[in-house]
Write a new protein. Structure first.
Length: 240
């Protein structure tokens, strides 16, 4: 068992984490997923993440043999502390700190700390997250410097040798679509379009060319622009 490579993917059910899950399944012998219920107003993502997993199993037999258990962690108490537009019904705006009010302070740091504790118990050495600082909303805990510091702290504090992998860190959203096609072809692109959920408002009423969502919230704005840029460029796949 110790000879197998094991990864734990932070999996929300959104576009980015779905691509990261496919990326991990293409590389590691055993892959598990972990999701976090922090009281997010777009709680529909918690349902969609299970559908994405089921569709991956049904459509990608090689990956289905590698995909293991899913874990859900309830941290609604933490989510309530931030009093942000991610957990409360309020308008999306920029705060006096110059950050979007969708920023939940310390969210990714908490996610990865919980994930590391789980990985320690499950014998996993790789943590995979969809954080990105190339084409993102400006969250400071999405930056590679922040994650490098956390990786050092986790390894020191847990006497471990974790690696926090961020395959999307230096990619634009258009390049993320390219990566998805490189990993699983048009079948994976179609799966992500149809079943992943990114919209902060939780809207899934009408299917658009880029998937479901309101089209105007910060998450949708990034997804729409990335898809349209990629589609305009001819949907060119890059090597996985």
């Amino acid at each position: 068992m110790s000879q197998l490579s094991r990864a734990l993917v932070l999996f929300s059910g959104g576009q980015d984490s779905s691509v990261c899950l496919a990326w991990a399944l293409a590389r590691y012998d055993q892959v598990e997923t972990v999701g976090f219920d922090y009281g997010q107003r777009h709680g529909v993502e918690m349902a969609q993440r299970q559908i994405v997993r089921q569709e991956l199993i049904a459509n990608f037999p090689e990956w289905s043999r590698r995909l293991g258990d899913d874990h859900v962690v309830d941290i609604t108490g933490f989510g309530a502390l931030g009093q942000t537009a991610m957990t409360e019904d309020r308008a999306f705006e920029i705060t006096e700190k110059g950050l979007p009010n969708t920023f939940v302070p310390g969210r990714n740091l908490v996610f990865l700390t919980y994930a590391a504790a789980l990985a320690d118990r499950r014998g996993q050495s790789v943590l995979v997250g969809g954080m990105c600082e190339t084409d993102f909303s400006g969250y400071p805990d999405c930056r590679r410097d922040s994650l490098d510091a956390l990786q050092t702290a986790l390894n020191m504090g847990m006497a471990q040798d974790f690696s926090i992998e961020t395959p999307l860190m230096w990619l634009t959203k258009a390049q993320t679509w390219e990566l998805a096609k490189g990993l699983g072809g048009e079948d994976l692109v179609a799966l992500i379009l149809e079943h992943s959920h990114t919209c902060y408002r939780g809207e899934r009423d009408q299917r658009k060319p880029w998937g479901y969502g309101c089209g105007t919230c910060p998450a949708c704005a990034l997804r729409v622009r990335g898809y349209e840029d990629w589609d305009a460029a001819g949907r060119v796949a890059i090597e996985a």
